[in-house]
Design a protein around this ligand. Structure first.
Ligand code: SF4
Ligand SMILES: [Zn+2]
Length: 127
């Protein structure tokens, strides 16, 4: 459960306002629109990717203390790293899987050859 940015009480993630201090937590009273708030001295823009890449044209930039579109640079980087690690892990699994198949084929090639010969003989006998 998240904490209220003002009174730090534990609150329901869907709460529109904090039940303890009445701080608005969602924009426009809608539970689906999260309202980010600056908690320290710095504005949200200081750590927002849209400020860093200069793509934000909100009038409150660069001094926004509340914003619905805020995207934390560090969190975004963590997500990218996590995604890259997952992708690397999957690639590693595949790279480990392919040599084991190749080894298995090499070890059993005589049986595979006999099986192929049997299948061809069987097909010739049928037609
Ligand atoms: S999206 Fe919000 S927090 Fe981010 S730069 Fe624009 S105004 Fe600032
Ligand atoms: Zn509160």
């Amino acid at each position: 459960m998240p904490n209220c940015p003002r009174c730090h009480q534990s609150i329901n993630a869907q709460a529109v306002t904090c039940p303890y201090c009445r701080t608005p937590l969602k924009a426009y009273g809608h539970p689906g629109i999260h309202l980010h708030r600056a908690t320290g001295e710095l504005s949200l823009c200081e750590s927002c990717i849209y400020h860093a890449d200069d793509s934000c044209n909100f009038p409150q930039r660069p001094h926004a203390r509340e914003c619905t579109l805020y995207q934390d640079i560090e969190q975004n980087q963590l997500n990218i790293n996590q995604y890259n690690n997952d992708a690397w892990g999957k690639g590693k699994a595949l790279r480990g899987f392919l040599p084991s198949i190749t080894n298995w084929l090499k070890r059993n090639q005589i049986w595979l050859l006999l099986l192929a010969l049997l299948l061809v003989s069987f097909l010739i006998a049928l037609f």
